[in-house]
Structures are given as structure tokens and as C-alpha cells.
Design a protein around this ligand. Structure first.
Ligand code: S3P
Length: 179
């Protein structure tokens, strides 16, 4: 972990990374980056169209490229990562050595409820039959927890507030300064 901490929020689609990231950035008066939005802006394409026309591998490489560019800018930022960012291209190593990585944890059941309503604009869920969504999320969450649980901090996503996040970060920093 570095002295000038970037703060990264990871977790499954629908776990609240963007909502919480925005709130935390305004609480801490830090610059906020939504990695998906940043990619869409700089590539001038939606995430869906990148997946459709160029494929997932291309999207994963764009995630890594923009993540590295932004981190190297140095001024500390709050990042809402995409749901898969920490699972590809060894990004997790890079992220963990560049700041504090926080996992917003939610159960597959809670995620399914949220994602059923917004599956159409998410390329990984778009073609899954509504009856299969629960199973799909359960399995994918299980696979991804291998990565998510390597975060420096895990925090429960239900009823989470920016103040809870900030307190967890302060506690983590205090504990690590003592070491
Ligand atoms: C993805 C999650 C999305 C986006 C892309 C792939 C994933 O971000 O990066 O559709 O692999 O889980 P959100 O978690 O913000 O929906």
C-alpha cells in the first residue's frame, strides 16, 4: 500500500460501487472516477458496443490500460471499478499496491433482485434467461469471490453509507500505520 492512497471499490455488478463511490468522493472531497464511464467517454462507445463489436478480451485490455493511466496521474482518487476489473490481467496486484481496495459484499439473492431490473444494459447478463439469472449470479459470484476477498477491506453492501466506508478506511489506515 502506498502513502498517497487511491481508494478502489470492487464488487459484483449491482453492489453499489458507483453510488457509494460518488458519495464517498463528495464526503472526502476527492476526485471520483467511474472506470466504466471513463472508458465509454474516452473510447466514445458504450460498454455494450465494445463487448459486441470488439469482444470481452478487448474490453478487459481497455480496463487495464485506463486503470494504469489514471493511477499513474498520482493525485489520489476514488475509483468505482467494473465488476470484473479485479479478476483480469493481474489488475488486482496493481490495484492493491496503488492504494486501498474495498470489496462491497452482497449475497447472490440480493444482487439477483437488483440486477433483474437492470440486466438489459449489462452485456454479461443481457442474454441470460430471467429464470436462469439467480443461478448465473450465484455461480459467477462464487468464481469472483476468489478475487474480491483479496481486498484489503470487506464491507457489507446492504444499508451501506459513505460514512461507514470512511470509518472503515480510517480504521484500516490506523491499524496499518501501527505495523
Ligand atoms: C462487468 C461489470 C460492468 C462492466 C462490464 C463487465 C463484469 O460494470 O464493467 O459490463 O464483468 O462484471 P458494473 O459492475 O459497474 O456493472
Amino acid at each position: 500500500m502506498h502513502a498517497s492512497h487511491h481508494i478502489f471499490l470492487c464488487g459484483f455488478m449491482g453492489s453499489g460501487k458507483s453510488t457509494q463511490g460518488k458519495k464517498l468522493a463528495s464526503l472526502l472531497r476527492m476526485r471520483y472516477i467511474d472506470l466504466d464511464k471513463h472508458i465509454q467517454k474516452l473510447e466514445n462507445k458504450t460498454i455494450e458496443s465494445i463487448f459486441e463489436t470488439l469482444g470481452e478480451k478487448h474490453f478487459r485490455d481497455l480496463e487495464t490500460k485506463y486503470l494504469k493511466e489514471l493511477v499513474q496521474e498520482k493525485n489520489p482518487k476514488i475509483f468505482s471499478l467494473g465488476g470484473g476489473t479485479v479478476c483480469f490481467n493481474n489488475n488486482i496486484e496493481f490495484i492493491k499496491s496503488s492504494g486501498i481496495l474495498i470489496y462491497i459484499n452482497m449475497t447472490a439473492a440480493a444482487l439477483s433482485e437488483r440486477l433483474k431490473k437492470s440486466k438489459q444494459n449489462r452485456p454479461l447478463l443481457k442474454n441470460i434467461h430471467p429464470d436462469e439469472i439467480n443461478n448465473f449470479i450465484e455461480q459467477k459470484l462464487k468464481d469472483r469471490q476468489l478475487y474480491y476477498t483479496q481486498a484489503h477491506l470487506t464491507i457489507e453492501g446492504i444499508n451501506l453509507t459513505a460514512t461507514d466506508l470512511n470509518n472503515a478506511i480510517l480504521q484500516f489506515k490506523k491499524h496499518n500505520e501501527k505495523k
